[in-house]
Design a protein around this ligand. Structure first.
Ligand SMILES: *Cc1c(COP(=O)(O)O)cnc(C)c1O
Length: 404
């Protein structure tokens, strides 16, 4: 590592709040599925900024669209209409099949909005303020208080208690466990269609169908958090579309703007008409013209560049390649996930493996201490998968615990 890079890292450690154990690299620029550090070293990227940069780096059309919008106007506030927001909302409705959109600046804010909408929906029915939300263990919904309150990982929540309250946790894919938490106060059930941070676990079709039925029966809102698994990652624009189990409220972010901070929560017309009203919710930046120009262009490029088709082609290949890798290395106990959202579960902490991969020019990320997560740009090719596997193979061979 050069002295220059070392100096940047030291300064960052002095100046930035220490809330991350960062990997010792200063990333400088990107090209396609490769990133370069400030020393010019090249890395194959299987993280895409945590499932964000779906289109690959340096996409000319995307960059030009942003530059053009910057020259027009970046921000106007939500008290006026703007064309990119109208265009982005129309396109997002089309790919999601949802009816109404509220743009946010992040995933966590999309979850906050969804939770507020659910409480308001129940409040408008009976005027009471003791409604409950059911969330899943091992879920992840973000770091703000509302989102944290429905995140099923006590370690993230503990020091910040009390949470918003009236949240009950159940087990993903266990109908009885949800049934035990249901009361006449339940106003919403929130889950990730495919759990990300919590371990790359997809919700099963039967479980989703049962949730939809119970929600319809009791007029409870089904909230699907598609922030990580949405935007094509599973081979569908939104993962629930595979089963046709449509939520009442859906959250999206991460790849939605491909790096420009933007998220959204979307609702069906019925939910929208019976929940948030004028004055109930707002944001200064949310859905500003720059962010919406990004969303608009990302959705155009998804169609034009056949992104979903690519995921359907390369996703199964990645899955198969990871299964084969698992057979070759006894430390890998399980493969999980779907499409280009995959995880390998190890019998030991994976930080060291990820460090070694970085030395060999491969960027990977964990999901919890013992899982390596694979969330590459959605433009990844089979050749890129082969390249990743051969680097990872070498890392695992050099790090295999010796059997004396
Ligand atoms: C990343 C993530 C969030 C939080 O999004 P931020 O943009 O980091 O606030 C929420 N839900 C899921 C499923 C996520 O993966």
């Amino acid at each position: 590592m050069s002295e220059t890079m070392k100096a940047y890292i030291e300064e960052a450690e002095r100046d930035l709040l220490h809330t991350y154990n960062r990997y010792p690299v200063v990333l400088d620029r990107g090209e396609g599925v490769y990133l370069y550090d400030t020393d010019g070293k090249k890395y194959l990227d299987f993280v895409s900024g945590i499932a964000v940069f779906a289109l690959g780096y340096g996409n000319r059309e995307y960059n030009d669209a942003l530059k053009a919008q910057i020259d027009k106007v970046i921000h106007t506030s939500n008290y006026y209409y703007n064309v990119p927001a109208v265009e982005a909302a129309r396109k997002l409705k089309k790919v999601s099949g949802m009816d109404r959109v509220f743009f946010t600046n992040s995933g966590a804010e999309a979850v906050e909005g969804a939770l507020k909408a659910a409480r308001k929906y129940a409040y408008r029915k009976d005027g009471s303020t003791d409604h409950e939300i059911i969330a899943m263990n091992h879920s992840f919904h973000g770091r703000t208080f509302g989102a944290l309150s429905v995140t099923g990982n006590a370690k993230y929540r503990e020091a910040f208690e009390p949470m918003i309250g009236h949240v009950r946790f159940a087990e993903l894919n266990e109908i009885d466990s949800v049934r035990e938490q249901l009361t006449d106060r339940t106003c919403a059930i929130i889950l990730e269609t495919v759990q990300g941070e919590g371990g790359l676990r997809p919700a099963e079709e039967g479980f989703l169908r049962w949730l939809r039925e119970i929600c319809d029966e009791r007029d409870i809102l089904l909230i699907l958090d598609e922030i990580q698994c949405g935007m094509g990652r599973t081979g569908y624009y939104y993962a629930w579309q595979k089963y046709g189990v449509k939520p009442d409220i859906m959250t999206t972010a991460k790849a939605l703007g491909c790096g420009v901070p933007v998220g959204a929560f979307l609702m069906t017309e019925k939910t929208a008409g019976n929940s948030l009203e004028a004055g109930d919710h707002g944001t200064t930046y949310g859905g500003n013209p720059l962010a919406c120009a990004a969303v608009e262009k990302v959705l155009d490029l998804f169609e034009k560049d056949h992104i979903i088709e690519n995921v359907r082609k390369v996703g199964p290949y990645l899955e198969k390649s990871l299964e084969e890798l698992k057979e070759r290395h006894h430390g890998i106990t399980e493969r999980r996930g779907t499409g280009l959202m995959q995880g390998l579960v190890f019998d030991r902490p994976v930080r060291e493996i990820i460090d070694r991969a970085m030395e060999r020019g491969l960027i990977l990320i964990n999901a919890g201490p013992q899982i390596i997560r694979f969330v590459p740009p959605l433009v990844i090719t089979k050749e890129n998968v082969d390249e990743m596997i051969s680097i990872l193979d070498a890392c695992l061979e050099s790090g295999e615990p010796s059997r004396e």
